[in-house]
Design a protein around this ligand. Structure first.
Ligand code: K7E
Ligand code: CUA
Length: 760
């Protein structure tokens, strides 16, 4: 260790930086050896992000049945993070520490833990219709829930359970200023919880609906009390979108199975797939959510399961709910960036239908309806509201927009293609094949009022032959496509081993401003001070009856306390605060065989709790390789039998001589010389212009400030000729030095690589 550290110091001191490029092989040689074409090289050049450089956009992908969110960079397609949302995620301690367990517990339904989710549609918070990079929302289709993720730390902060649905799919979508996050029911059920009605009562007792969750941006939370729903017919509401610009205040929701068919293949009846696609049209639901919110505020809602619900009758009477026929089994509904048009794709139709918001409003104003549905909802005719219909190909699903005016991209599931088309003129411009069977697609900020164009990612349902085989369950395939030119160009196949992502959204990376550390003692799930937080020197263990509470800290490279003694049957809570300020100095914590784990990032306080139900000796340790002496970041939980009495009074002693002590003291002196030279270099530069370095210096200073106390201890022990204590405290001084030097060297390298100037 010592020589390693010295060697590193020497290399840095000599200023040896860049290594020579391997000049023996030419680009042509590499192309030949790897069988690459010019086209391949072009694609590689468009996606390659050199070491140390960053991606231009960040994509947030639904993690499908994993119940997580996947974060990756565009154009490199490098995966950066999995965010635990509806599912425990062990690395992050999500579901294994007490704070995150409370978040997951918010997602309980009827008292039952639900530890998975079927995530479909992520959405960014928006300001004036533009993605603002503050919050992310995502739905769970299987168990109707929405989660709130704070993009300051990429942690899930809240889960809300829909009060009246049993499934939901058309969510999460946000209104242009994130006043509401909304979701549509998918499979109709009785709205009253735990109420049974037979399928014979389907038309009368089963219902769909829309829920509008009120978002309190300041609190960073959904406020269920200010949220409301609208009862809808049992039409299998599907995807949705919020109006924007001229259409702000309205929302649009597709439906399928407006036939209200209830299946029964086992009884010899035709299956759902036949009964739910028999008619030529389904219904686009057009809802004035702004007025709906006013009606709820005026007390016009009815309580169902304790939640505010506007009935169909009220919605019709107040003129906030309308239907428009839309071609056969539609899927995506996507409002254009300028908010004037609504693009609807019919899965079983070769067209996309472009509706005009202006025409819809004119028909509503003139009360020009072609009929009423069985529930009395006015139906506006397709002819009166269509702007145009464009024949794109087989199985159109979802649409995204370009930064260029009137340009849209629509996925064609059956054709396995992406169509580029003009929604103003109604003509097809280009098509590209993908591999295979595309569902959603995403362009950069492509569902906002200001799409950024440049790239498109195709989210393919099947990957079949694209990757090395890994068994019958194939990876997902996200394909990156360059859309900056007239012709689309396929650039890259990214296998995703977490499925099945449905929708992805992407944002200009510059809009995201995540922190690198917390204020010391933060409960990161509530953003409040953690009651178990302590500063250095305040660590303690308290007992109250059979409850043992540990107030501990973590800093390279020790856990305080290093021994926890309890009795069998005690309920143990261990609070741990990471005292580090340095970036990326996370400590993990686990206790053997008690199924707990915490990821404690700089400044965070996390706690684990368990019943020490089995006597014995259980090591605990830091699970992140945080420092050279990470393996030594350890301790013992001693679970003693009831009434256990100690017989031995002392711990075993090591053998240390005065000569050994003197050798350590010499090493300490030598190391101090290296530290002084590094400090000399750093303080000779304009390092204060580099915030990252300022933080590193603060962290190194922290370590150095601990030295006087340990030094006085080793000197006192030496005076008493206690060579064990003297040697160990001297060794501890050296540990502080090594850590300070390690940080100092990192700061020095940073300064050298980032063009710091010597100013003194
Ligand atoms: Cu898979 Cu948006 Cu849930 Cu389409 S959805 S593919
Ligand atoms: Cu802390 Cu390893």
């Amino acid at each position: 260790m010592r020589s390693l550290f010295k060697a590193a110091a020497l290399v840095l001191a000599a200023g040896v930086g860049a290594t020579a490029v391997n000049a023996a092989e030419s680009l042509q040689d590499v192309m030949k050896r790897r069988g690459l074409s010019q086209q391949d090289l072009m694609a590689a050049a468009k996606t390659y992000v050199p070491t140390g450089k960053r991606d231009e956009f960040l994509a947030f992908s639904s993690g499908g049945q994993s119940g997580q969110v996947i974060v990756y960079g565009i154009p490199s397609m490098r995966i950066l993070k999995y965010i635990g949302v509806f599912t425990p995620e062990p690395w992050q301690g999500y579901g294994f520490d007490e704070e995150s367990k409370k978040v997951l517990a918010q997602g309980r339904i009827d008292g039952m833990d639900i530890t998975w989710g079927d995530t479909h549609h992520p959405a960014f918070s928006e300001t004036n219709g533009e993605a603002d990079g503050q919050f992310l929302f995502i739905n769970d289709k299987a168990n109707p829930r929405i989660a709130v993720i704070d993009l300051r730390d990429f942690e899930t902060k809240q889960i809300v359970v829909n009060p009246i649905f049993k499934s939901e799919h058309g969510g999460a979508f946000v209104t242009p200023n994130t006043d509401y996050i909304f979701e549509a029911a998918q499979y109709a059920t009785p709205l009253e919880n735990k109420k049974f009605y037979p399928l014979e009562d389907f038309n009368e007792k089963y219902r769909g609906g829309m829920t509008y969750w009120k978002f309190d941006r300041k609190a960073g939370k959904i406020d269920p009390k200010k949220s409301f729903s609208i009862e809808l017919p049992p039409y299998s509401q599907d995807l949705s979108d919020a109006g924007k610009g001229p259409s702000d205040g309205w929302s649009f929701t597709n439906s399928f199975c407006s036939e209200r068919y209830v299946g029964g293949i086992e009884k010899g009846r035709p299956p759902y797939e036949a009964g739910c696609s028999a008619k030529d049209t389904d219904y686009l639901h057009v809802i004035n959510w702004k007025k709906a919110a006013e009606l709820v505020a005026a007390g016009k809602a009815k309580k169902i399961n304790g939640a505010d619900v506007l009935t169909i009758d009220t919605a019709v009477k107040e003129g906030i709910l309308f239907l428009i026929p839309e071609p056969k089994s539609p899927h995506g509904v996507d409002v254009t960036p300028d908010g004037t048009k609504i693009v609807v794709s019919g899965k079983l139709d070769t067209h996309v239908s472009v509706y005009s918001f202006d025409k819809i409003m004119k028909a509503i104003k003139a009360k020009k309806f072609e009929s009423k549905d069985p529930y009395g909802i006015p139906v506006i005719s397709m002819q009166d509201t269509l702007h145009t219909q464009v024949q794109l190909g087989l199985g159109p699903l979802h649409t995204q927009y370009d930064s260029k005016k009137c340009i849209a991209y629509t996925s064609l599931y059956v054709d396995s293609q992406v169509a580029k088309w003009d929604f103003c003129e109604g003509k097809v411009l280009d098509k590209i094949s993908i591999h295979y069977n595309i569902g959603h697609l995403v362009t950069m900020e492509g569902d906002t009022t200001k799409p950024a164009g440049k790239y498109l990612v195709a989210l393919n349902k099947l990957s079949i032959d694209r990757f090395n085989p890994v068994g019958p369950l194939h990876p997902q395939n996200h394909q990156l496509i360059d859309i900056s030119n007239d012709k689309m160009q396929l650039l890259y196949d990214m296998p995703l081993p977490l499925g099945e992502p449905h929708y992805v959204i992407a944002i200009d990376a510059k809009k995201l401003k995540p922190g690198v550390r917390y204020k010391v003692g933060t409960d990161t799930r509530t953003d409040q001070r953690h009651p178990g937080a302590v500063r250095a020197g305040e660590e303690r263990i308290e007992r109250n009856g059979n409850k043992v509470t540990v107030y501990g800290t973590l800093i390279r490279s020790h856990i305080t306390p290093e021994t926890i003694e309890v009795e069998v049957g005690d309920e143990v809570t261990i609070n741990l605060t990471n005292l580090e300020r340095a970036q990326d100095e996370t400590h993990g914590f686990t206790v053997s065989t008690y199924n707990v784990h915490a990821s404690v990032e700089p400044g965070k306080t996390a706690s684990v709790k368990f019943k020490a139900f089995k006597e014995g000796v259980y090591p605990y340790y830091c699970t992140e390789f945080c420092s050279a002496l990470h393996l030594e970041m350890q301790g013992y939980l001693l679970v003693k039998p009831k009434g256990w009495k100690a017989t031995k009074k002392e711990l075993a002693k090591g053998t240390y001589t005065e000569a050994e002590y003197q050798a350590i003291v010499k090493r300490v002196a030598d190391t101090q010389a290296v530290i002084d030279s590094v400090v000399g270099y750093i303080t000779s530069t304009n390092y204060k212009d580099f915030p990252d370095v300022v933080n590193l210096v603060a962290d190194a200073t922290d370590q150095l400030n601990k030295i006087p106390d340990a030094k006085s201890k080793y000197e006192a022990a030496a005076a008493k000729k206690d060579w064990e204590q003297a040697s160990l405290w001297a060794e501890q001084v050296w540990q502080y030095q090594v850590k300070a030097a390690d940080i100092g060297l990192r700061a020095k390298t940073y300064l050298e690589q980032n063009g710091a100037k010597v100013i003194k």
